[in-house]
Design a protein around this ligand. Structure first.
Ligand SMILES: [Zn+2]
Length: 254
């Protein structure tokens, strides 16, 4: 991959990230993605095309609305930057058609990561089509439809069962149904092996964050951590380095 192509791919990724920001902002509020155009949440002034350039505009405007000077959240350029880096990484790692599948999957994970962190919800409009599209893709590429189907059933089933047991024992909601659908989607797209790896990695990340927060007294045991956020992190790690992690683990038993 030459340097010029790498730059194009990264720039295209930041533009996609800009669209993901629109999804992140509007999906939880159940607003249309297409209309109206981007505007400042404070003064409602429409964002001019020249102020809508990923990352650059944020820096140029020093993180403030041109019209009312209200601060613009740092999360916008961060999402653009991460999406740009993700596109470059995916282009280096995968060939089409897997590339297309992994990019769609990665974009969904970025949106779910932020939306769960901010709102503690995982919108059905992403997870449900994600299960269907992931399964359909699997007929033409890895992980293959059998692994994908097992991934959906075991992924969704295991979390659903865990939630049921928790509910019977504690008589309260422990696991949201959004997490169940999200893990089923991860199983559909990555297959059951990488889905299990995702579950292990995200539980690991989640417990480290949880223990740290308790240690810092920043929330008691009751404080619900956004498990979908950790699932998204685990899924990105599993989908890029999954093969390496599994081989590394297996090397201890070889
Ligand atoms: Zn404004």
């Amino acid at each position: 991959m030459n340097a010029l192509l790498a730059i194009y791919v990264t720039m295209f990724g930041t533009a996609v990230g800009s669209f993901l920001n629109v999804c992140i902002h509007r999906l939880p509020l159940k607003l249309s993605l297409a209309w109206p155009g981007s505007h400042c949440p404070s003064c409602r002034a429409p964002v001019k095309p020249y102020d809508n350039i990923p990352i650059v505009s944020y820096l140029w405007l020093r993180g403030r609305c041109r019209n009312c000077k209200a601060p613009i959240s740092i999360k916008y350029p961060i999402v653009e930057l991460i999406t740009g880096a993700m596109f470059l990484g995916a282009f280096l790692l995968f060939d089409s058609p897997v590339l297309i599948q992994r990019l769609l999957f990665g974009c969904a994970m970025v949106v779910l990561f932020v939306v769960d962190l901010e709102h503690r919800i995982l919108p059905d409009v992403i997870t449900l089509p994600g299960i269907v599209i992931g399964f359909l893709f699997s007929f033409f590429m890895p992980p293959g439809w059998v692994d994908s189907l097992i991934g959906i059933i075991v992924g969704g089933g295991s979390l659903w069962l865990l939630g049921e047991i928790y509910f019977r024992v504690r008589h309260e909601e422990g696991m949201g149904f959004g997490d169940v659908k999200m893990l089923a989607m991860i199983g559909a797209c990555l297959g059951w092996k990488l889905m299990l790896l995702t579950l292990i990695l995200s539980s690991f990340i989640g417990s480290i964050v949880g223990v740290t927060m308790i240690a810092l007294h920043r929330g008691d045991m009751k404080y619900a951590l956004p498990f979908g956020t950790f699932l998204a992190l685990g899924a990105i790690a599993a989908s890029t380095a999954g093969r390496l992690i599994i081989d590394w683990y297996a090397s201890f038993y070889a």
